[in-house]
Design a protein around this ligand. Structure first.
Ligand code: C2E
Ligand code: CA
Ligand code: CA
Ligand code: CA
Length: 278
């Protein structure tokens, strides 16, 4: 029994060692890739439901890794989040996305009011540099602060004391704050009312199951959010019926594959030209 126990421990050690090696290999490659310009930002449209109009975009990072292809963020963001690398990555996305939206505004007045939402991870939001990073990106791009939205998760807001103060400072700049994946944590809308928050993004899991029992819950979330002066984005809208239902519930914005997948910058520009030009 002793020998078998040790065998298992060795097997465990080995797979753990392999995991650690894979992790550090990816961290090294990602660090180099960020410096080498291998990251790119894709843009997913966010549509205003009252007017049926393009409101703006969420910036979503991709890694175009040589020899591998387009790596989705869920495969590398967790690695970046285990070190300060996530701060460098988030900062790069912030600069790239604000630069792109500012370029579109300069190109055509119909793009003048487009917003851009950027994801900021908890680690970056807790870092005192985050306020300077946002200030720098706005200054470098010339984008008005009112057109930038910072997306954070609810757990960050309640578990990272420093994050709270940084969000207050960001809002003083004029930047809006959205709570991402709302409903997957333990925060109530009442709690959020006293927090530096402007918008709730209802997680995809609630939208996709709205027809099978979650509908009342989503309707309640929308009403409660409005009561507290928050606007609402429905994430992961994939079906026409979901969109119509959300419209009926006076949900403010929708995002999802039904409207558009995230697009490379050039394709996104073609989409806003088609959507907004007469
Ligand atoms: P998220 O912030 O919740 O972003 C929404 C994700 O849902 C995106 O996945 C988007 O492509 C996907 N999505 C949108 N509409 C639909 C739909 O109708 N159906 C389905 N099944 N999926 C939909 P993506 O781009 O793979 O990003 C995954 C996550 O990676 C993001 O989730 C976010 O947490 C993180 N992420 C992406 N870019 C960044 C970034 O620049 N910085 C940080 N810190 N995290 C990022
Ligand atoms: Ca997001
Ligand atoms: Ca989300
Ligand atoms: Ca997420």
């Amino acid at each position: 029994a002793k020998a078998r126990g040790r065998g298992r421990a060795e097997l465990f050690d080995e797979s753990l060692r392999a995991q650690l090696a894979a992790h550090s290999e990816m961290e090294t490659a990602l660090t180099a890739g960020l410096a080498a310009g291998e990251l790119e930002v894709h843009y997913q449209p966010v549509v205003g439901l009252a007017a049926g109009r393009l409101e703006g975009y969420e910036a979503l990072v991709r890694w175009n890794r040589p020899g591998v292809g387009m790596v989705p963020p869920n495969d590398f963001i967790p690695v970046a989040e285990s070190s300060k690398l996530i701060c460098d990555l988030d900062r790069w996305v912030l600069h790239e996305a604000t630069r792109q939206i500012a370029a579109w505004r300069a190109e055509d007045p119909v793009a003048a009011e487009l917003t851009v939402a950027v994801n900021v991870s908890g680690r970056h939001l807790s870092d005192p540099r985050v306020v300077q990073d946002v200030t720098d990106a706005l200054a470098a791009s010339g984008l008005p602060a009112e057109l930038l939205i910072v997306e954070v998760t609810e757990t960050v807001l309640v578990s990272e004391p420093a994050a709270f103060g940084h969000l207050v400072a960001l809002r003083e700049l004029g930047v809006a704050v959205a709570i991402d994946d709302f409903g997957t944590g333990y925060t109530s809308i009442g709690q959020l009312a006293g927090m530096p928050v402007d918008t709730l993004k209802i997680d995809r899991s609630f939208i996709s199951s709205a027809d099978s029992g979650h509908a009342e819950l989503v309707a309640l979330m929308i009403r409660a959010a409005h009561t507290f002066g928050l606007s609402v984005v429905a994430e992961g809208v994939e079906e026409e019926a979901q969109l119509a239902w959300l419209q009926g519930q006076a949900c403010d914005f929708a995002q999802g594959y039904l409207l558009s997948r995230p697009l490379p910058a050039e394709a996104a520009a073609a989409a806003w030209r088609a959507a907004l030009l007469p």
